[in-house]
Design a protein around this ligand. Structure first.
Ligand code: NDP
Length: 602
């Protein structure tokens, strides 16, 4: 009691009361239908997933040729794989991409305000190789997509690329020891090695709100923004909305970025909120060319490592990136000795400061209260923005807080929430992407490995891999950039940097220069699965672990509050990202690629 009381005096909050409040807010939001509350974008909703950026459909004959390495996905993971392979001398590389160009996330997400919120010097891949200086700390989406194109041009990845083609099946041919890759364009391509870089958040999803199909106005998902309807661009100025009543459903990281632009342009904006995000200062600024010129070779990886360490609570002598993420490093040292876990105290303190920021910025006290998040930091994706909260001070912007219940229903003319009807011209679905719905649902194709066993069959008890990338029974194949069995990291590109080096190393060196077939042994796979299960029980305050997620409000981080619905072995690597990268490096340095069997390919 004494030590708790001293924590109270130091921090000005009551840990027990906060715990209760968090639990009560969580309880309001937990739903029996969990993930099933969402609707897949298919059938009558397929327009929501169509590509608004393609002007002409490429007409071509189906492909039946062979390449050495086929990469599925033209986002950062696919491009970095291609670049690393080119650096290692591989010539025959094909990237297959369903969009009309490279860019992945940054091809699809062009909504107004879309920008990275991880410092560009550690988020934009291969900056040292490309030699470009980002314009600012948080560049807008068009610059990020252009950077993707630059990687493709520098490493000649447009040469054999196939766009506007979605893979429909991938089958291992036991005789030729090659993969056959089928697409929706009638292609049946052959490849010795396949790398799947499908993206962790690639399949947009819609809420299963009753009546959603009946709305007669304009409706679209943020990842398929319709500028023909709104006017403007990724930089805002949505002039065609000046006489429109717009509703936006969702208040996650995407909505935080686009809402200020909708607020500026729409006649009236209604923001339908189920759970508020935590929103910290962003502090965007231009990059100083003099500072840029002073960076020494190897700087990008050094900054990535420094950032990842700090965000994961490992003190560093210097904070190289020095942004909201690293400042948010929950330094628990001040709270040693109390009854409450020091990390929990630090977490309470962080969230209290964010709640105070809302009171400081938002003028209407009722709106300010409704915008306050009541859960631990890292339960949901932390957000950083200097315009979102401010937008609620505008007279044309209305927060419709649903007290954790969400939108009730949609009809032909608008949205119902809290028993009130809001007539609308346009609904923007900022409702996120499929996560944890199973490989088949997210990728749109199954993979058939040795003896006709599919990946879905192999994983029927839960995910099985080595390092989240290699799978027994699926030779010459990698999955990269996923979230299962890897050390989850705020800077996803740091992980891609490590994984793509690993992939190129295996493809070039484990195969003696692309001449061998490789396969992960059953034993090596099982040992890694055992490690994932073991690590999942460590470090209860680490956001990557189930024990932390258990107490969080529902969301995609915790399988919509239904952790019991996910096998423990389908979790992330509980040791955190730096330990995970350490595993990858020591495995590569051990020599002989332990756990991989190889033999001369036909
Ligand atoms: P999210 O899944 O984070 O958010 C979806 C939103 O929709 C939530 O606010 C959710 O509420 C709400 N919602 C769902 N159903 C309903 C309903 N029936 N009624 C009312 N609200 C509903 O998707 P985002 O697209 O915002 O973000 C996805 C991820 O993309 C981020 O977490 C981040 O990783 C990434 N991202 C990264 C950016 C960057 O700068 N690097 C920028 C933008 C996104 P609830 O919380 O209650 O479930």
């Amino acid at each position: 009691m004494d030590s708790n009381a001293s924590s109270d005096r130091q921090s000005g909050f009551d840990p027990a009361a906060l715990r209760e409040k968090y639990a009560a807010e969580r309880a309001k939001r937990v739903r029996a239908d969990g993930k099933a509350q969402y609707r897949k974008i298919a059938a009558e909703f397929s327009d929501f997933a169509s590509d608004p950026h393609v002007e002409t459909i490429i007409e071509r004959a189906p492909l039946h040729d062979e390449v050495d390495v086929l990469v599925i996905g033209g986002g950062f993971s696919g491009l970095m794989t291609g670049a690393r392979l080119r650096q290692a001398g591989v010539q025959s590389i094909r990237i297959v991409e369903r969009g009309g160009d490279f860019g992945g996330t940054w091809y699809w997400n062009r909504y107004p305000g879309a920008a990275c919120d991880i410092d560009s010097t550690i988020y934009m891949p291969m900056l040292e190789d490309i030699g470009d200086m980002p314009s600012r700390k948080y560049p807008p989406a068009p610059e990020l997509q252009e950077h993707a194109r630059k990687i493709a041009r520098k490493y000649d990845l447009y040469r054999d690329a196939v766009f506007q083609a979605a893979v429909t099946a991938m089958v291992w041919d036991e005789v030729s020891e090659r993969w056959k890759i089928h697409t929706n364009r009638g292609d049946v391509m052959t490849a010795r090695y396949v790398v799947m870089g499908l993206g962790p958040l690639a399949q947009p999803k819609l809420p299963g709100i009753p009546g959603i199909e009946t709305f007669k106005g304009k409706a679209f998902h943020t990842s398929r923004w319709d500028y023909g309807y709104t006017g403007g661009s990724a930089y805002g100025d949505l002039t065609k909305l000046s006489d429109k009543r717009v509703g936006i459903i969702g208040t996650g990281a995407t909505a935080i970025q686009c809402l200020p632009h909708l607020a500026q342009s729409a006649q009236e904006l209604f923001a339908f909120q189920r759970t508020p995000s935590s929103i910290d200062v962003r502090g965007d600024k231009l990059i100083d060319p003099e500072w840029w010129a002073s960076l020494k070779p190897g700087w990008q990886r050094a900054r990535m490592v420094n950032f990842t360490n700090l965000v994961n609570g490992t003190p560093q002598d210097v904070d190289l990136v020095n942004d909201g993420w690293t400042a948010n490093f929950l330094d628990a040292r001040d709270d040693q000795g109390g009854d409450v876990d020091p990390s929990q105290m630090a977490n309470f303190r962080k969230m209290e400061s964010l709640r105070q920021r809302i009171s400081d910025v938002v003028e209407d006290p009722k709106t300010a209260e409704a915008l306050k998040p009541w859960y631990n930091y890292f339960c949901k994706r932390p957000c950083f923005n200097d315009y979102y909260l401010q937008a609620f001070n505008r007279p044309n912007v209305h927060l419709v807080d649903t007290n954790g219940q969400g939108v009730e229903r949609i009809d032909e003319t608008g949205i119902w929430a809290n028993g009130v009807h809001y007539p609308l011209d346009c609904i923007v679905f900022s409702t996120g992407f499929e996560v944890g719905t199973g490989f088949l649902s997210r990728s749109g194709f199954d993979v058939t490995g040795k003896h006709g066993v599919t990946l879905m069959e192999h994983w029927k008890e839960g995910v099985r891999t080595l390092h989240g990338m290699l799978v027994n029974g699926f030779p010459n194949c990698f999955m990269i950039g996923g979230i299962d069995h890897v050390g989850l990291n705020a800077n996803h590109v740091h992980m891609l940097d490590e994984q793509t080096e690993y992939v190129a190393d295996v493809i070039v060196n484990a195969t003696d220069g692309l001449t061998k077939t490789f396969e992960l042994t059953r034993e090596a796979e099982q040992a890694y699965v055992d490690k994932i299960i073991y690590l999942s029980a460590r470090n209860p305050m680490a956001p990557q672990n189930a024990s932390f997620q258990q107490e969080c409000t529902p969301g995609y981080y915790n399988n919509e509050g239904d952790l019991a619905g996910v096998p423990v072995q389908t979790g992330p690597y509980g040791g955190g990202p730096m330990a995970y990268f350490g595993e990858l490096q020591s495995w590569r340095q051990a020599g002989g690629f332990p756990g991989l069997q190889t033999h001369k390919a036909p």
